[in-house]
Design a protein around this ligand. Structure first.
Ligand code: HEC
Ligand code: HEC
Length: 495
């Protein structure tokens, strides 16, 4: 599905320093050994070998006088996009790669974490102690059924059927979950006695004067006595996982400093922090399409609980509601089913995920695109540059300048993207600015989908769905001459 353009894409990138190689080779060896010793996986979706480690350096010598419109000029002293976690982009398996130059001492958690991430978990009682306990209700039995090394999993199938890689949140504008189904629909169960909750199909909607082409979803409950009623269903596609450890390390103070809830600077963009309660204290939500999870560890435990039916010390109860009594009778795989050390290992693996390096065929055009990105206003939310704080566990991730293209804030995206579901304190029309690094790699797959429910089938369509605080930016984008639009889109392809 990917074009064989690697050599072309990297043509503009300067040869890279080699001093990191000895460390990498050593850690590679021990990683491979650790994995073969563990051997519990039955899926090889994730490649175990960190690629050519040296991050690209792009010289700051080429951006003078190209900026017709002279607003703030984009930063063109391009450091590696993911700091020390940058990895050369393997066209076939660009994601779920472990950051290069990870010392072998750090692999203790990362390798078993990778195993837990790729394994197909089984229901309790089937003799796989370490990997059992999924269900009773679930969306999928492996993290890799939704998060792939290639990009985004295809979600739209023939005959209006959907794949497992899209899930549905349930709720309403007040944040009320469904009394029977809870806050997420699970379309599978481990046991014929326990009813899967139902099935969802999609229909595409044509572009109109008011909205670009999109999709609509229809739910058929297994138990016809349990209609959705006034509860709304919101589709969520599985994002590519890029530089998760770096995102986790962006200091709360930086996120707060960028917020402008009352639009004081009058730019029409008023990002706000999603404060969520974590054990009685207020923390900044940063993971998920509505930023409901305050840390990578919480996000992972939440995925285990809601998507796979695995209990952890953070979510001790099975994902059955009080109105699903049979669900509670299912056999469990321990209390909790996933131990703290397993949860920590998965979190280590997620933390060590690399960022694919930029893919630039022409630096001058790339820099023009970067400037357009700032000029039309994309960068007001998709903040190009962030700096990480300190990590004791992964010192290599500390104090890194990174280019995730997100402010991690919630924005009012208008009625077109209002999904009718409030989650924690994020209103139905509010969404977290998603990071854009790696989005161009995702977009190479003609089946790739964008936005929270995958309604957009191209980057342009995704932009055209922007409204609310992004309305003015969208209009500026629409008014760009075709050549400039292409320059902006080629920039997106390269970040
Ligand atoms: C059924 C599909 C599915 C499975 C299985 C699944 N995920 Fe996810 N994952 C998603 C979706 C959808 C989102 C976005 C969730 C949202 O917005 O609420 C997500 C979000 C994430 C994020 C945050 C990404 C970001 O940019 O904020 C992480 C990290 C993650 N998942 C890790 C995991 C781990 C670890 C597992 C296995 C324990 C897992 N996921 C299993 C679908 C899945
Ligand atoms: C007001 C803040 C804001 C502005 C301005 C903005 N975006 Fe976004 N962008 C978002 C949010 C929030 C989402 C997620 C919306 C959703 O999923 O429903 C998003 C989603 C996207 C996506 C889809 C990402 C994915 O993972 O599927 C792309 C691509 C994108 N924006 C590019 C742009 C470009 C290019 C511009 C400038 C023309 C721009 N955005 C301007 C906030 C903004």
């Amino acid at each position: 599905m990917f074009l064989p353009v690697k050599s072309l894409l990297f043509a503009a990138i300067r040869p890279t320093p080699t001093l990191l190689f000895p460390v990498i080779r050593a850690s590679l060896l021990s990683l491979t050994m650790a994995l073969s010793a563990c051997g519990g996986s039955d899926d090889n979706n994730v490649s175990d070998i960190p690629n050519n480690p040296a991050p690209p350096m792009i010289p700051d010598d080429d951006n003078n006088g190209n900026n017709d419109n002279s607003q703030a000029e984009a930063d063109t002293n391009w450091l590696p996009s993911g700091g020390s976690a940058t990895i050369s982009a393997d066209i076939n398996r660009p994601f779920l790669q472990i950051m290069p130059n990870l010392p072998s001492s750090a692999l203790g958690g990362v390798s078993p974490g990778r195993e837990l991430f790729i394994t197909h978990w089984t229901p309790a009682g089937e003799g796989r102690m370490l990997f059992d306990g999924v269900g009773p209700l679930l969306n999928a039995n492996a993290c890799t059924q939704c998060h792939s090394a290639e990009g985004r999993k295809p979600i739209y199938r023939e005959n209006n059927e959907l794949s497992d890689a899209i899930l549905f949140r349930l709720g309403d504008k007040q944040g009320q979950a469904h009394a029977y189904y809870g806050e997420q629909m699970q379309h599978q169960s481990i046991d014929a006695n326990i009813e899967a909750e139902g099935r969802v199909q999609y229909v595409t909607t044509a572009a109109s004067d008011y909205a670009p082409a999109g999709v609509r979803f229809n739910f058929t409950p297994t138990d016809h006595n349990q209609p959705l009623g006034s509860t709304v269903m919101s589709g969520r596609i599985s994002p590519q996982l890029v530089g998760m450890g770096l995102i986790d390390l962006i200091p709360e103070a930086s996120i707060v400093a960028a917020a402008d809830p009352n639009n004081r600077n009058k730019d029409g963009v008023s990002g706000r922090v999603h404060w969520v309660d974590v054990d009685g204290s207020q923390r900044i939500g940063r993971f998920g399409w509505k930023a409901i999870n305050a840390s990578l560890r919480i996000q992972n435990a939440n995925a285990m609980s809601q998507d796979m039916g695995l209990t952890t010390s953070l979510f001790m109860e099975p994902n059955c509601t009080v109105n699903q009594p049979i669900c509670w009778t299912a056999i469990n795989g321990g209390s909790p089913e996933v131990t703290d050390s397993s949860l920590d290992a998965v979190t280590d693996f997620m933390t060590a995920l690399a960022v694919p390096e930029r893919r630039i065929s022409d630096l001058q055009t790339f820099n023009k695109g970067a400037n357009l990105f700032v000029q039309v206003g994309c960068a007001s939310c998709h903040t190009p540059k962030q700096k990480t704080g300190d990590s004791l566990r992964f010192p290599l991730l500390s104090q890194q300048t990174i280019y995730p293209y997100t402010d991690l804030l919630l924005h009012d995206m208008g009625t077109g993207l209002d999904d009718g579901v409030k989650e924690k304190n994020a209103e139905s029309f509010e969404w977290r600015t998603p990071p854009l690094w790696g989005i161009g790699i995702v977009a190479r797959d003609p089946e790739a989908r964008f936005l929270h429910d995958g309604r957009a089938s191209s980057l342009t369509e995704a932009i055209l769905w922007h409204g609310g605080e992004a309305e003015a930016t969208k209009m500026r984008f629409k008014q760009l001459p075709i050549a400039q639009k292409e320059t902006l889109l080629s920039f997106l392809s390269g970040i």
